[in-house]
Design a protein around this ligand. Structure first.
Ligand code: HEC
Ligand code: HEC
Ligand code: HEC
Ligand code: HEC
Length: 127
């Protein structure tokens, strides 16, 4: 009897995890996925998507999820259905920065410009 309960206690959290997993979305995002990088030198950067954008008062999704046509950003279009690495490969080409630079320019660029938000390596890539 005791063993049965013990098993249940051990298995229950795993089951909850399996049930919740498919529902994960930007609402639950805690870090930026680093799956697009072949070598990972740093822990993934902290980024609580919705909370961040609310606090930072960013209105337009295309502040980050942009679409360009012939070098011009389209004001009324956004690309949140695509992850950054779909357009930014690791090397980059022409005016399209490589993936690492794309993230750093986007994230740090705005933090520097607004003088808010982290700019030190270890405050984004938290061990
Ligand atoms: C400050 C930048 C920023 C803003 C503003 C922003 N996002 Fe994102 N969003 C990201 C980043 C970074 C990712 C992760 C992309 C990646 O993995 O390459 C992401 C991922 C997503 C995803 C994919 C979620 C997932 O779990 O894979 C969706 C959907 C999304 N954003 C929707 C939105 C919508 C809708 C808005 C506007 C209301 C918005 N985003 C505004 C940065 C931003
Ligand atoms: C649909 C394709 C596409 C997606 C998705 C995309 N980009 Fe881009 N991005 C481009 C192109 C094309 C350029 C080059 C623009 C030019 O010609 O100047 C660019 C330029 C940039 C630049 C440099 C110019 C600028 O706006 O500051 C940064 C930084 C950048 N992207 C970051 C990101 C980030 C971060 C994401 C994910 C949240 C992302 N991009 C998603 C296509 C995309
Ligand atoms: C358009 C501007 C802008 C962009 C783009 C942006 N940030 Fe921020 N970020 C801010 C501002 C403003 C704050 C300060 C918010 C406050 O007042 O607490 C902030 C705060 C943060 C913080 C501190 C904790 C928090 O959530 O408040 C982290 C971590 C962070 N940003 C990570 C990122 C990452 C990672 C990216 C790129 C994927 C990014 N930011 C892109 C404006 C931006
Ligand atoms: C504003 C937040 C922010 C700051 C500050 C920042 N990064 Fe990043 N960095 C990111 C994001 C977002 C990515 C995309 C993938 C991820 O989550 O690691 C990234 C990716 C990387 C990558 C490629 C992925 C990997 O793990 O190898 C390296 C290397 C890196 N950063 C190093 C640095 C170094 C070194 C500094 C300080 C000079 C720094 N970063 C500062 C947000 C930041």
């Amino acid at each position: 009897m005791m063993m049965k309960w013990l098993k249940l206690i051990l298995i229950a959290p795993a089951l909850v995890g399996i049930i919740l997993l498919p529902a994960f979305s930007q609402e639950d995002m805690e870090v930026v996925d680093d799956g697009g990088f072949s070598k990972k030198q740093r822990p993934p950067a902290i980024f609580r998507h919705d909370e961040h954008n609310e606090k930072a008062e960013i209105e337009d999704c295309n502040e980050c999820h942009h679409v360009y046509e012939e070098g011009k950003k389209l004001e009324d279009e956004s690309s949140e259905d695509q992850i950054c690495s779909e357009c930014h490969d690791e090397k980059g080409s022409g005016n399209t920065p490589g993936l690492r630079k794309a993230f750093h320019t986007n994230c740090k660029g705005c933090h520097l410009e607004q003088n808010k938000g982290p700019i030190m390596c270890g405050t984004c890539h938290v061990r």
